[in-house]
Ligand binder design. Structure first.
Ligand SMILES: [Zn+2]
Length: 121
């Protein structure tokens, strides 16, 4: 054992042993959003898991990215004349810079639905 605690060494509060670098198969930073292969520290004695601030920030960023990719809005179709209308949530439209009056293009998606893309001016 080292005589002095190294700056980057973390100790298990319960066991007072140095925690070891490990890679968790999955870690849920946010409940229901498992992130694979997450670097973390683990106590070799009690197997307690600890994430350093840096590790926590990294897994938080990965969680945000995953949510962004998987995010979908559920909307009920309404009608306008013969056309079906889908309401675009304000936050999404604003994020994408879509405004009323701007043109979009609709692409069919394998008989499952469609994708709406903005037409870059
Ligand atoms: Zn421990």
């Amino acid at each position: 054992m080292n005589k002095t605690m190294k700056e980057n060494t973390w100790y298990c509060i319960k066991c007072n042993v140095a925690m070891k670098q490990t890679t968790l198969p999955y870690y849920e930073f946010q409940e229901g959003v498992p992130i694979p292969h997450v670097p973390a520290l683990q106590c070799p004695s009690c197997l307690k898991i600890l994430l350093t601030e840096k590790q926590a920030k990294a897994v938080e960023a990965r969680t945000d990215k995953l949510l962004e990719q998987q995010f979908g809005f559920e909307r009920k179709l309404t009608t306008s004349g013969k056309s079906l209308v889908v309401g675009v949530p304000y936050e999404l439209a604003d994020h994408l810079g879509m405004k009323a009056g701007k043109k979009v293009k609709i692409f069919p998606l394998n008989g499952k639905g469609f994708i709406v893309k903005k037409i870059e001016a």
